[in-house]
Write a protein that binds this ligand. Structure first.
Ligand SMILES: N[C@@H](CC=O)C(=O)O
Length: 346
C-alpha cells in the first residue's frame, strides 16, 4: 500500500516538480498540499500557476490547498516533502516535526545544523541515523532531513568517487547554473538574455559547507566533516535546466584520468531505491560533453554526467552536470523519502 504524503509549498517551482514526480510513484500517494494563506481553501488547479510541460495530475488538481500549519494537515500523512522558501521553512518545519511529522526538505535552512541529516542516498545513507540524535536533543517524535543545494548535488557524487579511491585534499569549482535554479521569477529575461551573471547570492558558501558535511563521517553521535579545502565560484547563464560545473580536485594519491573515470563509473547507485538510476555517474569520452541541453534528462534527470577528465599539475580536472530541479531538488527530496521508507523511519 502506498504511503500518504503531503507537500509543503506545493504551488512553487519545486512543489510542482514534486507533484509531477510523485503522481506516478509506486510508494507514495499525494493526499495533502499546502501553500500560503492566499491559496488556502482553493483547489490546487485554482491556486497554482502550473508551469510544467506535463498536465497537472488529475489526482492533485482537485485537492483543497491547506494552510502551511500542522493544524491543517491530516494525521494520516506519514511524510511531508518541503519546498518552502527557506525563511518560511525555518519558522514552520520545526512545528511539523514537533507534531510528529517526518519531513524530507529541499529548503536550505538547517542544512548544516549538527543534528540535521543532509543526505544523498547513494553517497551518505548512514547519516540518516542522525535522526535519533535529533529526536533526543529536540524531543521530537517527527524529524527533519535535508537534501543539499542543487549545485552541491551535481559535484558531490563524482567527488565521493574520487575521495573513496584517491583521497581529496582540495576542490575548486566554477559553476554555470541554469535559470530555473533561481525559480520562475528569479532572474528576469532582461537580466539574463545575452548575458552571464557572475554571482548567485549565498551559493558559494552552500557548496563549500554542504560538500564537506556530506563527505564527512558519522560516528553514531555526530558528523565529523571532511577536511578537504573547497572554493567555489558560481555563475548564472541563460540555460533553462541543468547545472554544468568545472571541477579541479587535488588528490592525496596520484590519480590518472583512466583511473578516475573507472572510479566514477563503478561508483554504486542505491539500487533498492526507485528513483536512483541504474548507473549513478556516466563518463563521456567526447571532450565537448556533458552539455545541459543534451545530457540533463539522462536517467530520468536523476543521473550525473561527467566529461573532460584530465590530469593537471594540481590533480585532476573534470566537468559534471545534473538536472538541477530533478536530481538537484524535487528528485533529491523524493530519493530521501524513499530512503526514510526503506530504513523504517516512516
Ligand atoms: N540555488 C540554486 C538552486 C538549484 O537549482 C540556484 O540558484 O541555481
Amino acid at each position: 500500500m502506498a504511503t500518504n504524503v503531503g507537500i509543503l509549498g506545493a504551488t512553487g517551482a519545486v512543489g510542482q516538480r514534486l507533484i509531477q514526480l510523485l503522481d506516478p510513484h509506486p510508494n507514495f500517494e499525494i493526499t495533502a498540499v499546502t501553500a500560503s494563506q492566499d491559496s488556502a481553501g482553493k483547489t490546487y488547479r485554482e491556486a497554482a500557476k502550473w508551469r510544467i510541460d506535463t498536465p497537472i495530475p488529475d489526482s492533485v488538481a482537485g485537492l483543497e490547498v491547506r494552510q502551511t500549519d500542522p493544524t491543517y494537515v491530516p494525521n494520516d500523512v506519514e511524510l511531508l516533502f518541503s519546498s518552502l522558501p527557506s525563511s518560511v521553512g525555518e519558522a514552520v518545519e520545526p512545528k511539523f516535526a514537533e507534531e510528529g511529522y517526518v519531513l524530507s526538505s529541499n529548503s536550505s535552512n538547517f542544512r548544516t545544523d549538527p543534528d540535521v541529516p543532509l543526505t544523498i542516498p547513494e553517497v551518505n545513507p548512514d547519516h540518516l541515523d542522525l535522526i535519533e540524535v535529533q529526536r533526543d536533543e529536540r524531543g521530537w517524535d517527527g524529524a527533519i532531513i535535508k537534501n543539499p543545494n542543487c549545485s552541491t548535488i551535481t559535484m558531490v557524487p563524482p567527488l565521493a568517487a574520487v575521495d573513496a579511491a584517491f583521497g581529496l585534499e582540495r576542490v575548486d569549482v566554477s559553476t554555470l547554473q541554469a535559470v530555473s535554479g533561481a525559480g520562475y521569477s528569479g532572474v528576469t529575461s532582461m537580466e539574463i538574455i545575452d548575458n552571464a551573471i557572475p554571482h548567485i547570492g549565498g551559493e558559494e558558501e552552500k557548496m563549500e559547507t554542504e560538500s564537506r558535511k556530506l563527505l564527512g563521517e558519522f560516528d553514531g553521535a555526530a558528523i565529523r566533516w571532511n577536511n578537504f579545502d573547497v572554493a567555489a565560484s558560481c555563475n548564472r547563464i541563460p540555460t533553462l535546466d541543468g547545472h554544468l560545473e568545472n571541477v579541479w580536485a587535488d588528490t592525496s594519491e596520484d590519480a590518472t584520468p583512466e583511473a578516475v573515470a573507472e572510479a566514477m563509473e563503478s561508483y554504486p547507485s542505491a539500487e533498492d531505491l526507485y528513483s536512483s538510476p541504474e548507473q549513478l555517474i556516466r563518463v563521456f569520452e567526447e571532450p565537448d560533453r556533458p552539455q545541459p541541453r543534451l545530457d540533463r534528462n539522462r536517467d530520468n534527470g536523476m543521473g550525473i554526467a561527467v566529461g573532460g577528465i584530465q590530469e593537471t599539475t594540481e590533480g585532476v580536472q573534470f566537468n559534471c552536470l545534473a538536472h538541477n530541479t530533478l536530481r538537484g531538488a524535487a528528485g533529491a527530496s523524493i530519493l530521501n523519502g524513499e530512503l526514510l521508507l526503506e530504513e523504517g523511519y516512516i
